[in-house]
Design a protein around this ligand. Structure first.
Ligand code: IPM
Ligand code: MN
Length: 353
């Protein structure tokens, strides 16, 4: 009997559902070709549901989703809902409750894709950011006192436990080993200012590296300098690891260097549990329903999902198909300028899988 996987599909808001449909199209083509089966269950979490019912996310969501082999997410964010409600109430809540403590974000320039960086190509822009996804300033304590007065004080703390740091670093070292490219891991921090939090990161990084991963070369970069090198010398990087906020920021920069949000994918990974894969761009409300948004990021997220499920060959095939389409078919990665519609891009990739 062939293997089968149960996938929860959270299309979400805006263009999310459109791009996940294309990802599913490509995933099904891969499944048919590589002898496995994917069963999908749709969930309607998102802005429309919230506006309709007043509920952001049912309390049962995580325990429901835990029963699946994986989750495919479109986008969260609705123009009629105040910023923060859905992002925190759905996306972040699921990441935390499902303990998806790794956010894996490849920065990979596909052939034929335009990068704003002069003289750099696919050989130079090909690295992976391991973003810690369960803690830091995203979950740190805080609050506001004396709100609305001149004495108002706002606090939001960057909090990391050794446990959180160590499990993230372990994943990153193992990932650098498995990737086998340059066998280097760069820690991105701010040890010159954040002398508590990034001191913890750096000590744990060096101790673990020396003890358990002696064959992985360790580098250290301040986060501001990292932004500089990501533009000037991206070829230096192989695998980078960093805390939640820095990871959020540098991966948007990384996405731009790889051709924009239309092609940037990521995975929220619980190595011991259920993971959730998503295009890292937003819900793009102004393009909703026009069949013009680029589905490649969602398709690449689908490939990452298959890789995590252990369907390595199928994942590689999708990546190769995407590369063929970017190299030989599409005019641009930008919505409305691809030379094809959303569904046509999905068809082009599916046909090559
Ligand atoms: C991302 C997003 C989210 C984050 C927002 C929407 C909460 O920017 O996935 O990078 O900050 O993690
Ligand atoms: Mn972000």
């Amino acid at each position: 009997m062939s293997k089968s996987y149960n996938i929860a599909v959270l299309g979400g808001d805006g263009t999310g559902p459109e791009v996940t449909v294309e990802a599913v199209k490509v995933l099904d083509a891969a499944a048919a070709n590589f002898g496995f089966k994917l069963n999908y269950n749709d969930f309607d979490f998102g802005g429309d549901r919230y506006i309709r019912t007043g509920e952001v996310l049912p309390d049962s969501a995580s325990s429901e989703l835990e029963k699946f082999d994986s989750i495919l997410l479109g986008a969260i964010g609705h123009p009629d809902v105040k910023p923060g409600i859905l992002e925190k109430g759905i996306l972040l809540r699921l990441r935390f409750e499902l303990d998806q403590y790794i956010n894996l974000r490849p920065v990979k320039l596909y052939p034929g894709v335009e990068t704003p960086i002069k003289d750099k190509g696919p050989a130079e822009i090909d690295y992976v950011v391991v973003r810690e996804n369960s803690g830091g300033i995203y979950t740190g304590s805080g609050g506001i006192t004396m709100k609305g007065t001149k004495e108002e004080i706002a606090v939001q703390s960057m909090v990391y436990s050794h446990f959180q740091v160590a499990r993230c670093l372990k994943y990153a070292f193992e990932y650098a080993e498995k990737r086998g490219k340059k066998k280097t891991l760069g820690l991105v921090g701010k040890t010159n200012v954040l002398t508590y939090v990034y001191d913890l990161w750096e000590r744990t990084f060096n101790d673990m590296g020396a003890q358990d991963f002696p064959d992985i070369r360790r580098d250290y970069y301040h986060v501001d300098a990292t932004c500089m090198w990501m533009v000037k010398n991206p070829e230096w990087f192989d695998v980078l690891v960093t805390g939640n906020l820095f990871g959020d920021i540098i991966t948007d920069l990384g996405a731009m260097t790889q051709g924009g949000m239309g092609i940037a994918a990521g995975g929220n990974i619980n190595p011991e549990g259920v993971s959730m894969f998503e295009p890292i761009g937003g819900s793009a409300p102004k393009y909703t329903g026009q069949n013009v948004i680029n589905p490649l990021a969602a398709i690449c997220a689908g490939a990452m999902m298959l890789d995590t499920l252990g369907e390595f060959e199928a994942a590689k095939k999708i990546e190769a198909a995407v590369a063929d389409v970017t190299a030989n078919k599409m005019e641009s990665m930008n919505a409305g300028r691809m030379g094809f519609s959303t569904t046509e891009v999905g068809d082009l990739v599916a046909a090559r899988v």
